[in-house]
Design a binder for this molecule. Structure first.
Ligand SMILES: [Fe+2]
Ligand SMILES: [Fe+2]
Length: 300
């Protein structure tokens, strides 16, 4: 696949669209303040409180079964201290991302899409801890966002995308391959355009662009490898109860495994298959967590 030609096609698709989902300015402000090491909780709480929807969201999530608090937390400042800045950053971005596409009609089941996205986020976070990657929240967030291009294609090219999905059902062709045949581009390039439009940090853009071609990652190859393997693992679980029966790893997954072996600061399993099957033990609890997260995020 010629990445340059695919990018040209993706940009062409973008050119004529005027109603692209946007992220509210308040969210960018809060997120950049949360990145600031010297920011005081009071400043961040004030900014969050200036947007009632955002404030309600923070309180609702901190009191959801996800965090199992003993007493209910009613102030934004306490929520910040309880959750930590990085978790609040994650939560805010995730919920607005879910919002941005909530009312966009799709030719596929949006619940399944979110379950996949949240699962890839949770598995990415788990893998990042297993290999000693220093920012597991970042792995979680970019894991959630990795397939955003599909939502764009599904909405703005609805009929063709629906036809494509019907054509590949009951075949072994992947969505990624079929998109290339149908559109001359894939959700990776389209996702990159969207991520750039939303001013996502360049490392997020790189992961979104290369999660199916991890060998091409330049910004943070380890992070791309983590998300690529988490995606492979979650896709395998749609058709198989254990990764041992799942589809064969392609060049992207093989490269991702090599990257993991090279950069991991902890000892790893002897081979990719064993490494991924170690995740099986946790898959059930991660699925439960994903269900709670999905319900919490889509209710607010
Ligand atoms: Fe993907
Ligand atoms: Fe995916």
């Amino acid at each position: 696949m010629d990445k340059v030609a695919m990018m040209i096609k993706a940009r062409k698709l973008f050119k004529d669209i005027s109603d692209l989902p946007t992220i509210p300015a308040i969210v960018s402000k809060v997120v950049s303040l949360l990145e600031d090491q010297d920011a005081a909780p009071d400043d961040i709480a004030d900014l969050i409180l200036s947007d009632q929807v955002l404030a309600a969201r923070v309180i609702r999530v901190v009191n959801s079964p996800l965090y199992r608090t003993n007493n209910s937390i009613v102030s934004v400042k306490r929520a910040l201290l309880f959750l930590g800045f990085k978790s609040v950053r994650e939560m805010i971005l995730t919920s607005y991302f879910v919002d941005g596409f909530k009312k966009k009609e799709q030719p596929f089941d949006m619940k399944m899409f979110w379950i996949h996205s949240f699962s890839v986020g949770a598995i990415s976070r788990r893998i990042s801890t297993m290999v000693g990657y220093p920012d597991s929240e970042k792995a979680y967030l970019v894991g959630i966002l990795h397939d955003i291009g599909k939502v764009f294609l599904g909405h703005y090219c609805k009929e063709e995308y629906g036809l494509m999905l019907t054509n590949i059902s009951n075949t072994s062709q992947t969505t990624h391959e079929a998109e290339y045949e149908f559109f001359g581009t894939t959700h990776c390039e389209v996702g990159l355009c969207l991520a750039q439009r939303w001013n996502f940090p360049s490392v997020y853009c790189d992961v979104i662009s290369h999660h199916h071609s991890s060998e091409m990652a330049t910004e943070d190859p380890l992070l791309t490898a983590i998300v690529s393997l988490a995606d492979f693992y979650c896709l395998s679980h749609v058709t198989a109860s254990s990764v041992a029966q799942a589809s064969i790893p392609g060049p992207s997954e093989e490269n991702a495994w090599e990257v993991l072996v090279k950069y991991s600061t902890a000892p790893l399993a002897a081979c990719l298959e064993h490494f991924l099957s170690d995740l099986d033990e946790e898959y059930e609890s991660i699925s439960r967590e994903v269900d709670i997260l999905f319900n919490t995020m889509t209710m607010i």
